[in-house]
Design a protein around this ligand. Structure first.
Ligand code: 13P
Ligand code: SF4
Length: 317
């Protein structure tokens, strides 16, 4: 059970103090709640967080995201202490791909090169030739010699999107994201019709009925950059709702709608909210900085095996 914290404590000031005392850096993903985004030293998508984890000189990395992101930080940075606000912050994609099942598929398809999305466990990365994120999946697949067939795991929607972009022979794992697979085409089309000058922007983890209406498809960071540079002023955003905080800060004069009913409008839905990302709270960030736990610990042999495909990914860019 999470400790009850004295409500008179100024958590923002306490976190700043502990950060200095512990020589810690806070890395946060765009899907974190606004307060966590605001106290982060680095806010980024999964690729940016992996890169930043590689070159920090802090002793402690507080990774405010989900478990695979913290594990990736530890794989890249074995001498640092990596702590997370909530060890139960998982991911439906990582859960969908068990190492024993991937090992079986590899054995059945020995000529295939294995590309796994960063949303996987270290054990799955260790079985992969390349890692990728949604920012660089197309570039990673395109870098593989053309005569090689590819196993792409675990997100079927990202895999299909990359297959369309590259025309490559790809065997797709059938995993999905609980957030991105739930956007509803009719709801989105109604929202676009009610806001005639709006543009739909979507993460490639969304399903084809959503992606086919999108004006722009991209990873979390690419969507954010697009909202700043585009001439459009109204956006329907088909990805996790946390990103709207950064979008509104980056372009305060523009209007952003979630592509699914928010929880205050439909308590049974909240479909654009990742239940895993939102396990992290400011209170838990304070506790994990104070106590330096829960800590991500990895077997060294597994770490080295998982490092290889991540380093290949980082080298491709
Ligand atoms: P990004 O690679 O865009 O950060 O996405 C991570 C993720 O979990 C998407 O749901
Ligand atoms: Fe995983 Fe989806 Fe949550 Fe991203 S939004 S962490 S892919 S469950």
């Amino acid at each position: 059970m999470t400790e009850i914290i004295n409500p008179s404590l100024d958590l923002f000031a306490e976190i700043e103090r502990l950060k200095r005392e512990q020589n810690a850096v806070i890395l946060a993903h765009y899907y974190q709640e606004p307060d966590i985004q605001d106290i982060a030293d680095v806010l980024g998508d999964s690729l940016a967080l992996a890169r930043k984890a590689q070159d920090t000189d802090a002793d402690v990395i507080v990774l405010c995201g989900v478990h695979f992101m913290a594990e990736t930080a530890k794989i890249l940075n074995p001498t640092k202490k990596v702590v997370v606000p909530d060890m139960n912050a998982g991911c439906s994609l990582a859960d969908s791909c068990k190492p024993e099942d991937l090992a079986k598929l590899k054995a059945e398809n020995p000529k295939h090169v294995v590309v796994s999305y960063v949303n996987t466990t270290a054990a799955v990365k260790a079985l992969s030739d390349y890692c990728c994120t949604s920012s660089n999946a197309t570039a990673v697949v395109a870098s593989i010699p053309k005569d090689k067939p590819i196993i792409f795991a675990p997100d079927v929607n990202l895999g299909r999107y990359v297959q369309e972009q590259t025309g490559r022979d790809m065997l797709l794992w059938q995993g999905t994201c609980v957030v991105h697979e739930t956007f509803n085409e009719k709801y989105v089309l109604d929202l676009l019709a009610k806001n005639p000058r709006s543009e739909l922007i979507a993460h490639p983890e969304c399903e084809p009925p959503i992606l086919r209406h999108a004006h722009f498809i991209g990873s979390t960071k690419k969507l954010l950059d697009y909202t700043k540079s585009s001439a459009a002023t109204v956006f329907v955003v088909a990805t996790e709702s946390g990103i709207l905080h950064a979008m509104r800060k980056g372009a305060p004069e523009k209007t952003f709608f979630e592509a699914a009913p928010s929880r205050d409008k439909d308590p049974t839905c909240g479909c654009s909210t990742c239940p895993y990302m939102k396990l992290n709270t400011l209170e838990k960030v304070f506790l994990c900085l104070r106590d330096l736990k829960p800590e991500v610990v990895l077997d060294e042999q597994l770490r080295l095996a998982a490092l290889r495909p991540i380093e290949r990914m980082v080298a491709i860019g």
